[in-house]
Design a protein around this ligand. Sequence first.
Ligand SMILES: [Zn+2]
Length: 79
Amino acid sequence: MAKYKLNDIVTLKKGHPCGENKWEILRTGVDIKVKCLGCDKQIWLTRIEFEKRLRKIQNEKGKFVSIVNYESEEPKAQE
Ligand SMILES: [Zn+2]
């Protein structure tokens, strides 16, 4: 599963202690760096951990879509 990409805004299973649950993806790879949009704190998660926690992605219309229904606008080859 790799539907997310750099600069996507996502929600995770648990929000940040500051009360916000919107995160911007700053770095992808083996580890994923995300930034809390409530307080700008940046955290690293392993990709496995991130994908387990990932719940929704904001689409190009600004709507949060559940990861299971989300289709990236750039179609990828079958994995
Ligand atoms: Zn925060």
